[in-house]
Design a protein around this ligand. Structure first.
Ligand code: LLP
Length: 438
């Protein structure tokens, strides 16, 4: 039942014995994604935003089992590339539950998406530049279109993911109404869209509100112009707006001291800020919120090194498996689950400050620095928490490291949903012979 669901699932909320079994059976590093928690998160979003269109931002976790879970829970799919669109189709999304948002889309992606739209005419394409509209029209596309607007206000956990005010995204707010009206001559303009950024926390709700209220105003400007006969609007084709999409970005409390977002309060603030939208739906597109706390990364301690600056704990996962700490200085909770031969349970060991570091030749390959922890021992299993969003998705093969395996849990049953890559997988795309034509 949703009322008993925790607001966030922390590393302590996982069954340690089960995690030990999974690590023993499937080896480490290992991602574990709990589909039951994914479903709960979908339900929490739907309950807080009962009248909104809720679209899952597929980029946060593209695994097939996750996509199927999200589809069964009733969310739409918001795709950021041709590859994500294909994954959503393969997971059974179709019809008006498919959305694609182009940011400087490569020609190959546009060709593919326009091709998919031939078969799936209820797909909506979101575009944020007049050039993208032209490129769609050049390909004969005249279907459902949503205009991405740069709202001039951003939010998020790190500068690198605050998209709202970055000129890269969306058409300038002041030109949006004119561009939307012009686009209506070529496409079926069904929506306007803006996204503040990723990881909006409770102190950034003002920015969220500001974005939402600007989008509400723009929507009213577009529909009023139609009804009261604004001259420029009369000359162009009518807009048939269906929705205002205010983006995703709902934050998750990674740190033990972070205050969680009060989702129903956010929903209420969103409805207030958007104002009256006669005949229009509100849409949101969360990614992180759906999957983040449904995942952990398990990693094994292989080295414990005392140094004058504290204890360095070497583990078998690195920035190739979970890039967020290296890329954004992101905090992930880390729990020592113990398991080292002959050692007491971590709760019975003294506390010490640890720096947990991976096997990659960069200083940034560090999951935490001088963090208080139970004294670690070689062979211990660590659970890196809240790793389900942008975890496996940003994994890479730097240092010729095969990507980890992932298991999905459903009703406690574990299934390997992505097998561990092998060394041979590293060279599958490479020319076999060392001889190169010059
Ligand atoms: N909609 C659009 C247009 C987006 O660009 C994004 C995320 C979302 C929705 C979903 O945002 P979410 O609800 O997941 O915050 N790799 C970074 C996050 C990058 C987010 C990019 N866009 C990280 O690990 O923090």
């Amino acid at each position: 039942g949703s009322s008993a669901d925790p607001v966030v699932r922390r590393t302590d909320d996982w069954d340690a014995d089960r995690l030990h079994e999974l690590a023993a059976e499937h080896d480490t590093p290992l991602y574990v994604q709990d589909l039951d928690r994914v479903r709960e998160n979908c339900e929490r979003l739907l309950a807080a935003f009962p009248d909104a269109d809720v679209r899952y931002a597929v980029k946060a976790h593209t695994g097939r089992a996750v996509l199927e879970t999200v589809r069964e829970a009733g969310l739409d799919a918001e795709c950021a590339s041709a590859g994500e669109l294909d994954r959503a189709l393969a997971a059974g999304f179709g019809g008006d539950r498919l959305h694609y948002t182009a940011v400087n889309p490569p020609a190959r992606d546009l060709d593919h998406v326009v091709d998919v739209a031939d078969r799936e005419p209820d797909l909506t394409i979101t575009a944020g530049a007049v050039d993208t509209l032209d490129r769609l029209a050049e390909r004969g596309y005249d279907g459902r279109l949503c205009l991405r607007v740069n709202p001039g206000v951003g939010a998020g956990h790190h500068e690198k993911v605050r998209t709202g005010a970055a000129p890269k995204f969306g058409v300038p707010y002041d030109r949006a109404a004119r561009i939307a009206r012009e686009a209506a001559g070529r496409f079926d303009v069904v929506g306007i869209h803006a996204h503040a950024g990723s990881g909006i926390d409770p102190d950034q709700l003002d920015s969220h509100r500001e974005l939402v209220s600007r989008m509400g105003e723009l929507a009213r400007e577009l529909i009023d112009a139609e009804s009261d006969g604004d001259a420029s609007a009369r000359e162009s084709d009518p807009l048939d707006l269906e929705y205002v999409d205010v983006g995703g970005g709902f934050g998750v409390p990674y740190h033990e001291d972070d205050e969680p977002l009060d989702l129903p309060a956010v929903a209420e603030a969103t409805r207030d800020a958007v104002g009256d939208l006669p005949g229009l739906a509100l849409a949101i597109e969360p990614g992180r919120y759906v999957v983040a706390d449904a995942g952990v990364l398990l990693t094994r301690v292989n080295t414990v090194k005392p140094t004058p600056g504290g204890t360095v704990v070497g583990v078998d996962a690195g920035m190739t498996d979970l890039l967020r700490p290296a890329m954004y200085d992101a905090y992930h909770p880390i729990r020592n689950l113990g398991g080292a031969d002959g050692e007491p349970a971590p709760a019975d060991r003294e506390e010490t400050a640890v720096t947990v570091a991976g096997p990659i030749c960069e200083t940034g390959d560090t999951f935490c620095t001088n963090r208080a922890s139970a004294r670690p021992a070689r062979g211990d299993l660590l659970a890196v928490g809240i790793a389900g969003a942008y975890g496996y998705e940003m994994a890479n093969q730097y240092n010729s490291r095969p990507r980890p395996a992932e298991v999905a849990l459903a009703d406690g049953e574990a299934t390997v949903v992505r097998r561990r890559e092998r060394l041979a997988d590293l060279t599958t795309v490479e020319r076999e012979s060392a001889e190169v034509e010059r």
